[in-house]
Write a protein that binds this ligand. Sequence first.
Ligand SMILES: [Zn+2]
Length: 531
Amino acid sequence: MAKERLYLFDTTLRDGAQTNGVDFTLADKEAIASMLDDLGIDYVEGGYPGANPTDTEFFAADHKLKTRFTAFGMTRRPGRSASNDPGLVALLEAKADAICFVAKSWDYHVRVALETTEEENIASIRDSVRAAKAKGREVLLDCEHFFDGYKANPKYALACAKAAYDEGARWVVLCDTNGGTLPHEVEKIVGEVVKAIPGDHVAIHAHNDTEQAVANSLAAVRAGARQIQGTLNGLGERCGNANLVSIIPTLKLKPEFADKFDIGVSDAQLKKLAQASRMLDERLNRAPDRHAPYVGDSAFATKAGIHASAIAKEPATYEHVAPETVGNKRKVLVSEQAGRSNVLTELERIGLKVNKDDPRITRLLEVVKEREAIGYAYEAADASFELLARRTLGTVPNYFDVTQFDVNVEQRENAIGQRVTVTMAVVKVKVGNENLISAAEGNGPVNALDLALRKDLGKYQKYIEGLALTDYRVRILNTGTEAVTRVLIESEDEAGERWTTVGVSPNIIDASFQALMDSIVYKLVKSGAPA
Ligand SMILES: [Zn+2]
């Protein structure tokens, strides 16, 4: 049986841009659009030309994308003709393959918000669709508040949708604008709509206010809708939009959908999904959600010993899909509860070959437990664990020694009478027979220390040139006898690889120093720097 085509419509750059604290620049928009294009998304909605300078500029250029680049805007205003509405004219001028009009479909909103008649609202839908079709655009009609409108007045909600379809709109988009509709309601209402409008012209646009946006999207597909709208990482105002990063692998990997439908995302493109999700967080300067389904750092992480041994034997026993299919990795956490099998699995992942009866494994397990008892967290610090394992097995060279460091924080008045805080660090390092000394100013003691430490490592400098710190987290722990500080540092290199290191001490500078040192040494080991 031939599979049916299911279309994906991404609105990260339009609806996702409504997220609190998100403000895309033109460069962000260009990068995200091309990433979505590379993923195989059918439609990329770029924004609202005419509404703000960034979007207007974005739609002034030809982006040469394979996707159907879509502009969003309003239907003509009540009481005006299509050619006499400057907003609509600007929308028709935008360089886009498709236009998505938003229109009211809830009679209550037509009266109260739009202050017009039901008939005039429908006439506005018809005129706008016709004007865009005449310009050669593919047309979508976004029926705002469709589900709430349908519950209040099914006849009118459907009449709005039907007017657009009859006028030649390619898609009628059923929006759960307030996000309060539940999956069984979506399935029932979409089931009614597809009796009047063929399902391959019906789209679902769900918001996540009851955490059902993904479920609602799938329910709509079950009922006959053939386009899903959503955003990367579920970005969107309030609780967000339907998360395409969860929807895509579900459509590709779960037989109920995969056996019935084709989507534009190939298996090879699916492997880029985890990276795409992280790249968006990177752009937004947000920490990725470790627990995000499919793509999160913890999505395929297992802690308990019995699970770890089963996973080592047969991964499918504890995984609903294979992590590689979405570009993620399996992870066995090394923690206080660690059994021998966790450690063995982790050593194998790192690529350290050890006989499983080797007494050094028992020693490593003891060290992990001792150190976790005083505050180290190896399940969060993969690179520090790897170094600890390599050191226990005797394979980490002593690249360099920090013989002394000094950090100075000074608050004073500067030349123009402002109070400033100046931080300076000096580090003395011995590399082979060479004694090096570096100083750096930073915007805090840890930053200054980091800059001084990485300024000159002699012959090793070239290996750490691409190293950058991407996250720094501090926690005060009470271990019983005294309060200690745990520092976790996340680093990244020129190839985009990330790792986390940990340091623990009653002194925050010492804890940070340990984590910084681990990060540098890890990078040297990884780069194969000679001893
Ligand atoms: Zn929306």
